[in-house]
Design a binder for this molecule. Structure first.
Ligand SMILES: Nc1nc2c(c(=O)[nH]1)N[C@H]1C(S)=C(S)[C@@H](COP(=O)(O)O)O[C@H]1N2
Ligand SMILES: [Mo]
Length: 445
């Protein structure tokens, strides 16, 4: 097989992707081959902890790799990751507080020296075609000097909800067994990626843009895959992507990409590369394990080499409740939750409190908002003591409604089916002090 000359790189996304994939399969993916630069002061997590305040050090000890504290009430630890508990979002506002925001790390959080940090932009898609050695460099002050933009958007892992493939559909899938807490909404502030690319001299020959993180190389099954990096088509890169240096009005926390992360609204979380150190701008299609082996759909319903690389997140709903939450019979409670979609705003949410037999409309507290979620609530006065199943089903502005079953794929991405949330209705006559009184779920608005 010969390499496609530049002039014949197909322009439509599908054939372009096939070309990129065939190059990958032919083993022509480049290795990581670039050494780290002295200009980037990267401390190993262990070393860095010595310089951090005591509470942080204590937390790092309980969860190697994540800097912020991970209290039990807020997080479920899953390997190198921390999942937000949905009950911890009850009573928070529209934005997920940074200290409760889920963390998905392939390795561990690097503590990057913000003063010496440089973003290096390079590649054949720039005027003059630079290599990494003569990259165009931007410091944090350079990014701050560009016109700032703010965008409220979710970051959600493509594997969010993965565990329900198994628990609800009886299918086995690989990857972190998230429930629904690998999502959060924040207000991101930063420079437009398009401003940076234009200043770096992007040409009309550029087709792919690949940001890469400064965290350690990812090794899986004994194979080093290099540092986390995933190509973005230039059309998306020039559209609404931000190089974010603030989250909810504060400098980015360490775990969420300090000093700068890429923020790709509505797309799978993997696109939003944290601790970005360099961005390759290429006149040829790029590939990495994160757009070939991972983050495509594989399985009986998909082509041998997988679906096209995943882009927009799917549609989901969650109750702000722990599994097995207890409700007193005969008392009016209010159920709260949130729904979101990568395809547009959520415009309708229906709730069932009887396992799906009957449904009613939830009251929406927010207008449908692209890249964000809507908060909703519905009153409930359970009558019969015993177990019950709550369901919430969203419809987005693109006309999609959550199905009863998600389409199986081997890596368990993009679970979009209605999730069955088990609760318990406690009789009013249960023994003495154990009877649930007014709870956090009771009417409050
Ligand atoms: N450099 C780097 N960027 C990364 C990752 C990573 O491990 N390293 N994880 C990605 C994945 S899979 C997700 S879902 C999001 C999670 O963002 P958060 O940890 O800020 O919630 O970051 C993405 N960016
Ligand atoms: Mo992810």
């Amino acid at each position: 097989m010969t390499r496609a000359p530049r002039s014949t790189v197909p322009v439509d996304e599908a054939s372009y992707d096939r070309l990129r994939l065939s190059q990958w399969l032919a083993g022509r993916a480049r290795g990581d081959g670039m050494s780290r630069r002295g200009v980037l002061t990267l401390l190993a997590a262990g070393t860095a902890a010595l310089a951090l305040p005591a509470p942080v050090r204590a937390a790092a000890a309980t969860s190697p790799g994540i800097v912020k504290p991970l209290p039990d009430e807020w997080f479920t630890l899953r390997g190198t990751n921390a999942e937000t508990k949905w009950e911890a979002l009850r009573g928070t506002g529209y934005l997920t507080p940074a200290d409760r925001f889920f963390v998905r790390n392939h390795t561990s959080t690097p503590v990057v020296d913000t003063t010496t940090w440089r973003l290096r932009v390079w590649g054949s898609g720039l005027r003059g075609g630079t290599g990494l050695d003569d990259a165009v460099e931007f410091g944090l002050d350079d990014l701050r000097a560009l016109p700032p933009v703010e965008h409220t958007a979710f970051v959600e892992c493509a594997g969010n909800g993965r565990s329900f493939y198994t628990s609800q559909q009886g299918q086995s899938v690989s990857g972190t067994a998230w429930t629904l807490g690998a999502v959060g909404v924040a207000r991101w502030r930063g420079a437009r990626l398009s401003d940076v690319l234009r200043r770096a001299g992007i040409t009309r020959h550029a087709v792919d843009v690949m940001p890469r993180g400064l965290d350690d190389e990812y090794v899986t099954g004994g194979v080093g895959l290099g540092r986390v990096r995933r190509p973005l088509p230039v059309a998306k890169a020039l559209d609404d992507v931000i190089l974010a240096y603030e989250m909810n009005g504060e400098p980015l926390p360490y775990d969420h990409g300090r000093p700068v992360r890429v923020l790709v609204p509505s797309w799978a979380g993997i696109s939003s590369v944290k601790w970005v150190g360099d961005i390759e701008v290429s006149a040829e299609p790029l590939y990495s394990p994160w757009n070939t082996d991972f983050y495509r759909l594989f399985g009986p319903g998909f082509p041998e080499a997988g679906s096209a690389p995943l882009t927009r997140q799917t549609l989901k709903s969650a109750f702000e409740l722990e599994a097995g939450a207890a409700f007193p019979a005969g008392v009016r409670s209010v159920l709260h939750g949130r729904s979101w979609s990568g395809a547009g705003g959520v415009r309708r949410v229906e709730v069932s409190t009887d396992g799906g037999a009957t449904w009613r409309r939830a009251g929406l507290r927010d207008v449908p908002r692209r890249d964000g979620w809507v908060r909703w609530s519905v009153p409930w006065r359970p009558r019969t003591p015993g177990p019950a199943v709550l369901l919430a089903r969203a419809t987005d502005t693109a006309g999609r409604t959550q199905p009863d079953e998600a389409v199986f794929n081997t890596q368990g991405y993009f679970f979009d089916a209605v999730v069955r949330h088990p609760v318990v209705v406690a009789g009013r006559d249960v023994a003495g002090g154990d009877r649930p009184g007014r709870s956090m779920y009771d009417a409050d608005h």
